[in-house]
Design a protein around this ligand. Structure first.
Ligand SMILES: *Cc1c(COP(=O)(O)O)cnc(C)c1O
Length: 470
């Protein structure tokens, strides 16, 4: 093959340099071999070594293997051991092995999932996975799926579709006329709506100051009898999984009625919607099928790799009208063009890993995975509740456990110290006006032993505190 210049020649030989790619694989394998036992948060030393990345942009093209070595040496130790069994921070998620392997394979393909013509495999898998998901979540058969980066984008895309549909019904085409001088859209949601929902409301031009806020009960569920009169200009946003308590709104009492009043009902179910894909926890989502749109992450509860959000929408026309871009070079063919269902044009083919995860787990595997997270969180709650100085504050209906110590000061100190000990990792939050430790069981890799170890770390920290060592 003719090589035009030195850089090109170098890159051709690197493409065929099995050492380069084998190294990446062996570094990765080595990481997997250690991640389940190492401290969860990086050591002070690893954090200090991050300074090594503070270098000037090199003037000349360098050596591929040296770059990879550098990344592994200073990057790997500074990662959070999120895929291990003792990371309970935020509401993240572990990783199913085959999804990681499929992602690695697909990395070599580097597909652009925008349209069928740019990647037939991506389009095909999007169609297949859409069918699987709609069935798995028992959603109406007309529901379509957009594969987006996360629930933030799924929430935004849902609002874009809702906005289009509501205004279209009022003879206003928002894609052409915009929101200036349009009829007003009402937005109703609860006082504990996730911050990404507020971001979506602001991005969609609906304005957070226009929100009609509804109070919540002790578990963070929207109070059904406080929901204002709805109409065909209203978007009602509900939650499957309060980000602190994990509580589910009462869909059975709300969705059907809201829809009959003409409102568009959206469900933010970033981690909790997965209950609807199970046999054993499905009852938490009863009635949600009467909503219009639903958002969920594959990278949280399902343990698929980042970034993988899923948008379900039962109004394909509105979704496509709201998100779709047109250009003379975009073919109008009958195959699925994934970009019509997402706000981005070029996208990584995230559906590949999602497909692999679902194909591997099957219906029963999804059920078992999600239910096991619930069972582990029940164990965590039970063990901590029987420890002196720790009190569970929520009803553990899904995977979230909120813990309070005697005072906010102790709670704060305990969180900081637990993080420093690195035996496990938990974050904090505010619940009913008090500081709490927020535990989120999200990884398939968490074992009962991990939970016992973590509880011991809680106990030791409190003991230290009581002995005035903190
Ligand atoms: C995580 C989360 C989001 C945001 O999802 P991303 O995937 O981070 O964009 C929205 N809502 C809830 C309830 C969440 O837990």
């Amino acid at each position: 093959m003719e090589k035009d210049n030195v850089l090109q020649q170098k890159m051709f030989s690197e493409m065929h340099d099995s050492e380069l790619f084998r190294k990446a694989e062996s570094f990765g394998q080595n990481y997997l071999d250690n991640v389940f036992d190492r401290g969860v948060f990086p050591t002070e030393e690893a954090l200090n070594e991050l300074n090594k990345f503070n270098e000037n942009l090199p003037e000349k093209s360098g050596d591929a293997i040296e770059t990879l070595d550098f990344l592994n040496t200073y990057g790997a130790p500074a990662t959070m051991a999120q895929i291990g069994g003792r990371y309970f921070g935020f509401v993240h998620g572990g990783i199913v092995p085959v999804s990681l392997a499929a992602k690695n394979l697909a990395t070599f393909w580097d597909q652009n999932a925008s349209i069928y013509q740019s990647s037939p495999i991506s389009s095909t898998l999007e169609s297949v996975v859409q069918k699987w998901l709609v069935d798995l979540f028992s959603l109406p058969s007309e529901t379509v799926v957009g594969f987006v980066s996360g629930t933030s984008m799924a929430n935004f895309s849902a609002l874009a579709a809702a906005r289009y549909r509501i205004l279209k019904n009022l003879n206003w085409d928002v894609t052409k006329k915009g929101l200036l001088n349009s009829p007003k859209i009402r937005v109703v949601t609860c006082k504990q709506a996730h911050s990404s929902m507020l971001q979506a409301i602001s991005l969609a031009g609906l304005g957070t100051e226009n929100i009609e806020w509804v109070d919540v009960d002790d578990e963070g569920r929207i109070l059904v009898d406080q929901i204002p009169e709805l109409d065909n200009t209203t978007i009602l946003s509900l939650q499957a999984g309060n980000v602190n308590s994990g509580a589910f709104d009462d869909f059975a009492s709300i969705c059907k009625k809201a829809k009959s009043e003409g409102a568009w009902v959206h469900v933010d179910g970033a981690f909790g919607l997965w209950a609807g894909a199970t046999r054993q926890l499905k009852h938490l989502t009863f009635g949600y099928e009467h909503a219009n749109s639903w958002a969920v992450d594959a990278h949280k509860t399902l343990n698929a790799p980042y970034d993988s959000g899923i948008l379900f929408c039962n109004d394909e026309e509105a979704l496509i009208a709201a998100l779709h871009i047109n250009a003379p070079y975009i073919p109008n063919d009958s195959e699925r063009n994934g970009m019509y269902y997402a706000p981005e044009m070029s996208r990584r083919s995230r559906v590949i890993e999602l497909w692999a995860t679902l194909r591997y787990l099957g219906r029963e595997g999804v059920d078992e995975l999600v239910y096991s997270l619930h069972k582990k969180s029940l164990l965590f709650a039970e063990l901590l509740n029987s420890e002196e100085g720790f009190q569970v504050q929520n009803e553990v209906v899904f995977n979230q456990v909120l813990i309070q110590c005697e005072t906010d000061e102790i709670t704060d100190k305990v969180i900081k110290e637990i993080q420093k000990m690195r035996e496990c990792w938990v974050g904090g939050s505010i619940w009913n006006g008090r500081k709490v430790i927020r535990i989120s069981v999200c990884s398939w890799a968490t074992t009962d032993e991990d939970i016992h170890r973590s509880v011991k770390s809680f106990r030791n920290v409190l003991k230290k505190f009581k002995n005035n060592l903190l």
